[in-house]
Design a protein. Structure first.
Length: 401
């Protein structure tokens, strides 16, 4: 038994009354298994191949039965849209449905991107693929079909990598508003579809498809999704909600791509429509751009105040130096003076003998008329002491006057 819901391995068997010979298993999912089949009625010079999706029939009247019928009806209606995989016919027996569709040897877009099919910085290729996807989804919306499961795995690509086709309408609906939350793949669901907001009784299936296109565009430009799910439990999505420049600062996207993604990732009522999204993408010239370094975090008000308090305080004026510089120099023709290479004028006369004759600090009288004893008494009585400036000026006067 292969993967899928009770679908046997049909390789080597025939279906549709022997017209299709199953030759290879292509893939499997929760809704069915896809095989490669050869059309035995086609000429040997031009053999036709089809992709056949096999689904086990659900019991009549169940929800799964209605979903299968809805998938077939929506896919048949959308088969005439360019950019949608064509469903040629549906074969059924007592146990299975066989959906016979076009086969594209290029595989799906997910594996194409994993193989490096879109080179980093190939803006023309990104634009070509993105416009085709938008036009396919836009054509489905025009006839009232909303996919709800748009992702690279559900987009097939041609062998040359230039044409893409939308497939797998297993979760599609014709309702513009849906109450089936969590429908699709969580990587590509909008926040309102995830049901994490808890404020709306229903979500817009049209806006949900637009959101998925934004995730696909980000993946084609950067090589990975911006977040795992659009929920506040996701650290990357929470960072984007708190700081909208998060994508521009962390991903190698251009300013034009950032502007388009901003319009896509808006809340549902304000989200860009497919018509304007197509025009925006067509006008873009550059998608990829190395991300600039993130700006330094701004300090809060209290952090700025602490930073200012830590700054060194301005130096107090040096009154002794000012007093020394104010002393007049000896005239240049003085016989006792000599040239000083380290100063800007004649050298000050040597008065070291006078300095040695100066009285000690305890012997100096106070400016207010008292001696050292009077200064101590004044301090004990709480009276103001003479200023340091006056005392230093006095010392300078004794030294040089």
């Amino acid at each position: 038994m292969t993967k899928g819901r009770f679908v046997p391995n049909l390789v080597g068997q025939t279906i549709d009354a022997g017209r299709l010979a199953v030759t290879q298993l292509l893939g499997a999912g929760s809704n069915g298994v896809v095989f490669l089949a050869e059309d035995t009625a086609s000429p040997s010079t031009h053999t036709l191949y089809y992709a056949v999706k096999v689904m086990p029939k659900a019991f009549y009247g169940t929800r799964r039965f209605e979903n299968q019928r809805q998938e077939i009806q929506n896919h048949v209606a959308a088969s005439s849209i360019p950019g949608v995989v064509k469903l040629h016919r549906v074969v059924e027996d007592y146990k299975y449905y066989y959906l016979v569709m076009d086969y594209y040897p290029g595989g799906d877009l997910f594996h194409f991107l994993m193989r490096g099919g879109v080179a980093r910085g190939d803006d023309a290729h990104i634009k070509r693929i993105m416009v085709q996807i938008i036009e396919a989804v836009q054509g489905c919306h025009r006839i009232g079909i909303f996919h709800r499961d748009i992702k690279p795995e559900n987009i097939l690509i041609s062998s040359d990598g230039n044409r893409v086709y939308l497939t797998d309408f297993g979760l599609s609906t014709t309702q513009n508003l849906s109450t089936t939350f969590g429908c699709g793949s969580r990587y590509y669901m909008s926040p309102e579809c995830l049901g994490k907001l808890g404020i709306d009784p229903a979500y817009s299936t049209r806006a949900n498809d637009v959101w998925a296109l934004g995730i696909i565009l980000t993946g084609m430009i950067t090589g990975h999704n911006p977040w795992h799910q659009a929920s506040h439990s996701d650290i990357c999505y929470r960072a984007y909600v708190e700081e909208p420049m998060f994508l521009r600062n962390t991903l190698p996207i251009s300013d034009e791509a950032y502007d388009v993604l901003q319009r896509i990732f808006r809340p549902s009522p304000n989200r860009v429509t497919l018509e304007f999204l197509r025009l925006y993408v067509l006008q873009m010239d550059k998608f990829y751009d190395p991300a600039p370094p993130a700006p330094p975090p701004r300090r809060s008000f209290f952090r700025r105040r602490r930073h200012e308090r830590r700054q060194p305080s301005p130096e107090l004026p040096n009154y002794i130096e000012a007093a020394i510089m104010a002393v007049p120099r000896a005239p240049a023709n003085d016989a006792g003076s000599a040239s000083d290479a380290d100063s800007h004028g004649p050298r000050t006369p040597d008065r070291s003998d006078e300095i040695l004759d100066l009285p000690s600090l305890s012997q100096l009288p106070d400016y207010v008329g008292g001696g050292r004893t009077d200064m101590l008494v004044a301090a004990e009585n709480g009276q103001a002491r003479p200023s340091n400036r006056s005392f230093l000026k006095r010392i300078a006067g004794k030294l040089y006057m």
